[in-house]
Design a protein around this ligand. Structure first.
Ligand SMILES: Cc1cc2nc3c(=O)[nH]c(=O)nc-3n(C[C@H](O)[C@H](O)[C@H](O)COP(=O)(O)O)c2cc1C
Ligand SMILES: [Fe+2]
Ligand SMILES: [Fe+2]
Length: 400
C-alpha cells in the first residue's frame, strides 16, 4: 500500500498480514488478519519507528523508497524486539548500514541475540531526546508492555505517540487506517479486546503504570504498531486499555461467560437450562463451546466478565480437556477474582469438580455453587438449575 501521511512529515508505512494463521503461533487471525504498522519520519534527519514481521519485504521497502532513499536513513527506532516488529531488521541493516539503531538498554543485547547485530546500536535512556530537525523524538521506557525491553516513542512537534503493542489490536487495516475513517469500528474494538486478553492482559499493572507515566504528555495521535491509528479520539483507546487493565483487580464487569464442553450432551442440556436462568436475570451472557471455539476468543470474554459458568463432564477422573485447556490459559494470563458456578455430569466416581476446585483456588475464583450429577439431568434437575442460573445472574449483577 502507498505510504499515508498521518501528520506533516510523518508517514504510515505498515503492511497487512493476511497469510499468518496464528499470531505468536497461538492466536487465530485467519479471518481477521493483523497489521504491522511502521512509521517513517522525514525531517532534516530521517527515522523509521518500528518495522514489520519478515514478510512482504519488497512491499515494505518500496513504501520507504517512495519517500526517501535508503542511504538517507539516519535512525531505526526499535520500541520492542518481538519479531512482529523487527523481522525485517537484518535486511534493512544490510541495505542501510549507516542507520543507527536506537533502542532501550535491555533491547541492546536482544538485537545481538536475535539478529547478530552489534555495530551502530545506540542505547537511549528513559526520557532521552533525539532531535531530527523541527521534530524531536522522546523515549519512555514501558517495561513489560509487552516485553522487558519495551519502550514508546513520542514525537514532540506533532504530538504523536508511537506506542507499539500498547493500544494495539488484531484486524488487518481495510483501506481506512484512522479511527475516524473506519466503518468497522466495532470490529476493531472487539479485536483490540481479544488482542489485549491474549497478549497484554497478564501485564495489566504495567499497562496502568505506563498510562500513568505518559499522562502528562499532550497527545494528538496514538500510532500503535497493530490496528487503527487514533487521531480523532486517542483518549478512546487509552480509556479502553485503562478499563481492561483494571479488570485484573476488579475481576471484570457485569456479565457471565459460559464456558462449556460435553461429550454426549448430558452436561450441555443442563448448561442450556442454566443459561436460560442467567439470561432471565437480565445480565449479558456469552456462551462458548470449548470444543469448537478457540480459546483466544473465550479469553476475551472471560477477561471482560465478572461471572463464569464452567460446564464440563468428568473425563478420566478430571475436567473435560477442552475446558481444562481454556482454564489453564486463564491461569497463565492471571485472570483472577471471578465468581464461578460449576456444573457437569459424571458416570461413576466423578473428578471434574475436584479438579476445578483446585484450579479455582489457584485462580482466586469464588465458587458460588456447584451442581454435579450422575448420567443425564432429571426433569427436576433442569428446573433446579434454571433457578440456580437466575440466582447466579442476580448475584453477579448485585456485586456492582
Ligand atoms: C473417555 C471418557 C472418560 C470418562 N472418564 C470418567 C471418569 O474418570 N469418571 C467418571 O465418573 N466418569 C467418566 N466418564 C463418564 C462421563 O463423565 C459421563 O458419561 C457423563 O455423563 C458425560 O457427560 P456429557 O454427556 O456431558 O459428555 C468418562 C466418559 C468418557 C467418554
Ligand atoms: Fe509484542
Ligand atoms: Fe506486536
Amino acid at each position: 500500500m502507498p505510504p499515508i501521511e498521518i501528520r506533516p512529515g510523518i508517514f504510515w508505512i505498515g503492511v497487512n498480514d493476511h497469510t499468518t494463521d496464528l499470531f505468536e503461533g497461538l492466536w487465530p487471525i485467519t479471518q481477521e488478519g493483523v497489521s504491522y504498522n511502521s512509521y517513517l519520519i522525514v525531517d532534516d534527519k530521517k527515522a523509521i519507528i518500528d518495522l514489520a514481521k519478515s514478510l512482504k519485504v519488497d512491499e515494505y521497502l518500496a513504501q520507504v523508497g517512495e519517500r526517501i532513499a535508503l542511504h538517507e536513513l539516519d535512525y531505526i527506532v526499535l520500541n520492542h524486539m518481538e519479531p512482529d516488529h523487527t523481522g525485517i531488521l537484518r535486511v534493512l541493516r544490510k541495505l542501510a548500514p549507516q542507520a543507527v539503531i536506537l533502542c532501550s538498554p535491555q533491547a541492546k543485547e536482544m538485537v545481538t541475540a536475535f539478529y547478530g547485530i552489534t555495530e551502530n546500536v545506540r542505547v537511549v535512556q528513559d526520557g532521552e531526546e533525539v532531535k531530527l530537525g523541527g521534530k524531536k523524538l522522546v523515549f519512555f521506557l514501558t517495561p513489560m508492555v509487552h516485553w522487558p525491553e519495551t519502550m514508546v516513542t513520542y514525537e514532540e512537534e506533532s504530538k504523536v505517540l508511537f506506542s507499539c503493542d500498547a493500544f494495539g489490536g488484531y484486524g488487518a487495516l481495510q483501506g481506512a487506517i484512522f479511527d475516524d475513517e473506519c466503518s468497522q469500528f466495532d470490529f476493531y474494538l472487539r479485536e483490540s479486546l481479544r488482542y489485549f486478553a491474549n497478549i497484554v492482559a497478564k501485564y495489566s499493572p504495567m499497562v496502568l503504570r505506563a498510562i500513568d507515566k505518559l499522562s502528562s504528555l499532550q497527545i494528538s495521535v496514538i500510532a500503535p504498531s497493530h490496528g487503527l491509528i487514533w487521531r480523532k479520539r486517542p483518549e478512546h483507546i487509552v480509556e479502553r486499555y485503562r478499563t481492561w487493565s483494571q479488570y485484573a483487580e476488579s475481576g471484570g464487569e457485569k456479565g457471565v461467560t459460559v464456558l462449556y464442553g460435553s461429550m454426549y450432551g448430558n452436561t450441555e442440556v443442563v448448561v442450556d437450562a442454566l443459561a436460560q436462568g442467567i439470561a432471565a436475570s437480565g445480565i449479558p451472557v456469552d456462551m462458548y463451546d470449548a470444543r469448537r471455539i478457540h480459546a483466544s476468543y473465550i479469553l476475551a470474554s472471560l477477561w471482560e466478565k465478572k461471572g463464569v459458568v464452567i460446564g464440563a463432564p468428568t473425563y478420566e477422573a478430571g475436567l473435560f480437556p477442552p475446558v481444562a485447556h481454556v482454564l489453564d490459559l486463564a491461569l497463565r494470563k492471571n485472570m483472577k477474582h471471578k465468581k464461578m458456578l460449576y456444573l457437569g455430569s459424571f458416570g461413576w466416581s466423578g473428578g471434574a469438580k475436584r479438579e476445578l476446585e483446585r484450579l479455582a483456588r489457584e485462580l482466586d475464583w469464588e465458587i458460588v455453587s456447584t451442581f454435579e450429577f450422575r448420567g443425564g439431568g432429571k426433569r427436576e434437575d433442569i428446573e433446579t438449575v434454571r433457578k440456580l442460573g437466575e440466582e447466579f445472574g442476580r448475584l453477579v449483577r448485585g456485586s456492582f
